[in-house]
Design a protein around this ligand. Structure first.
Ligand code: UDP
Ligand code: MG
Length: 317
């Protein structure tokens, strides 16, 4: 290859002292291997993002950087969470790289498919999604919760790639697109497909974490799912309107029913008016909330100031 491109690995690290040295060694080997095959430029780097770790993670990163210039490190001032750490890394890498691959510090995502990622990029893809083929190594609970998470997002109309986490390659152009999303509630898996440049999928098997424990407890996972839905969908608001319409229709049914019951004379005085007003008022209130919600939904979409388009090609004479 004439001009191999610069590859950056971006690795978010939160309390990863147990795995960092091993991960660094494996990634370094990968870079060397790709260099030998002349697939990437000598300027390729491994960029660690320390996400406010409380253990020795940062001093390990400093040590690695001092030893070998293939390593780079950035340190966030406090723990900002996985998504923000990945973004910080990608936005830093964007200035220096032609393509960046984000992956977790525990190397649960098979790094042998990196070659395919790079190949797919040379084939003209701006985004390459790593998709898990199986989840055998995950516990039943993790698998169940993760798969329900993807299905739930689908129901709410959020466009995501099934079984794809944050293991992906992005070209410089795609990273520049990503930089234009200004939203604070970050859900990368939802944003990246919106960039829309040519993309492809590479499947791999997910391993077990080789040391240390998951930094994604149920609480953080639920928060991510909630963020995913509320940052991408106004369907929940629509549901309120729908329930409003349904209760209002029910109220009409009840009105007819209670008038008949009243006419037949087998009701207590006052029941008819009470039964009707409870349903009618409830329905109208929900509907009103839903309508206000529609406007809030509009405001919410406006405040995101999302980029409206990305130009993929421009032909002129
Ligand atoms: N991580 C992070 N900040 C956090 C939590 C996690 O940067 O607040 C990183 C962590 O170091 C790892 C990646 O995000 O590199 C994924 O975390 P983990 O492997 O614990 O999640 P799981 O694989 O269990 O879903
Ligand atoms: Mg993990």
């Amino acid at each position: 290859m004439e001009n191999p491109k610069i590859l950056y690995f971006v690795i978010p690290c939160y309390n990863e002292e147990e795995v960092l040295n091993i991960t660094a060694e494996i990634l370094k080997k990968k870079i060397e291997n790709l260099l030998e095959k002349n697939k990437i430029s000598k300027k390729s780097r491994i960029l660690f993002v320390n996400d406010g770790s409380k253990d020795k993670t940062w001093s390990i990163i400093e040590e690695l950087c001092n030893k070998n210039s293939v390593f780079q490190g950035i340190k966030l001032s406090r723990n900002e969470g996985h998504q923000n750490a990945v973004l910080a890394g990608l936005m830093t890498a964007k200035e220096y790289c032609d393509m960046a691959i984000s992956l977790d510090a525990d190397l649960q995502d098979d790094i042998n498919v990196v070659d395919q990622f790079v190949e797919e990029h040379y084939n003209g893809n701006d985004i390459v999604y790593g998709v898990r083929s199986k989840r055998e190594t995950d516990t039943f609970f993790k698998r169940f919760s993760a798969e329900s998470f993807y299905k739930l997002l689908k129901v709410f109309g959020v466009e995501i790639v099934y079984n794809h986490a944050d293991y992906r390659l992005m070209s410089k152009r795609a990273l520049e697109g990503l930089a234009q999303f200004k939203e604070v509630n970050l859900f990368l898996r939802g944003i990246v497909p919106l960039i829309g440049y040519p993309s492809s999928v590479v499947t791999y098997e997910r391993h077990e974490r080789f040391a240390g424990e998951s930094k994604y407890p149920l609480k953080k996972m639920l928060a991510l799912a909630f963020d995913g839905i509320t940052s991408f969908s106004i369907k929940p608001i629509r549901m309120i309107s729908l329930i409003g319409v349904i209760s209002f229709l029910v109220s009409i049914g009840i009105l007819i029913y209670s008038l008949i019951a009243n006419y037949l004379g087998n009701t207590i005085t006052g029941w008819t008016s009470l039964a009707c007003s409870i349903w009618a008022l409830g329905g109208i209130q929900l509907l009103a909330t839903g309508i206000i919600g529609e406007y809030i939904g509009k405001i919410y979409n406006e405040t995101k100031e999302r980029p409206k388009y990305f130009i993929e090609a421009f032909i002129k004479q």
